[in-house]
Design a protein around this ligand. Structure first.
Ligand code: SME
Length: 159
């Protein structure tokens, strides 16, 4: 049994330190990418408050394809350059305080108001993106960005 939960009242840096430790431990000895993304999606859902969707899109034959996640069913395929995920698929983190103000935002869940999408890179190429959605405006900040970028670096060779 795994019991990974952040300490009550933990700060964001403490939450991300615990999240990275848990993700590192869960993925260290497992070569299956889908299994590792599934467990990390679950960890993100457990550790990060006020998120309605946490998960992955994978780069498959030049487009993003839905991967393991927590939340409501989502759009399956996203072309590079389209929406927040498609923008991140070009290799740049997207931190969006108000998704309604983002040109081309794809509304998979009408509750989503802010979003953070971080590319996972391997050998200079985007292999996946980590997508977090929140029903709160401006839910994500520089600490979230740093934490998820550190997670993306950890997962570079594990998914
Ligand atoms: N909102 C995203 C689509 C993915 S869902 O949020 C899960 C976008 O604009 O790319």
């Amino acid at each position: 049994m795994y019991d990974f939960t952040p300490a009550p009242g933990a700060s964001k840096p403490e939450i991300y330190a615990a999240l990275l430790e848990a993700a590192g431990a869960l993925t260290a000895d497992e070569p299956d990418a889908i299994a590792n993304m599934a467990n990390v999606a679950a960890l993100l859902g457990e550790f990060l408050p006020d998120c309605n969707w946490t998960g992955f899109y994978r780069m498959v034959d030049g487009e993003l394809v839905l991967g393991p996640f927590t939340g409501r069913p989502a759009c399956i395929r996203i072309p590079v350059g389209v929406g927040v995920c498609g923008a991140a698929a070009r290799g740049e983190t997207q931190l969006v305080e108000d998704v309604h103000a983002f040109p081309g935002h794809i509304a998979c869940d009408a509750r989503s108001r802010s979003e953070l999408v971080v590319p996972v890179m391997r050998d200079g190429a985007v292999i996946a993106v980590i997508d977090l959605d929140s029903p709160d405006l401006a839910r994500f900040d520089a600490e979230d960005r740093a934490g998820i970028e550190a997670l993306a670096a950890l997962l570079s060779t594990r998914i």
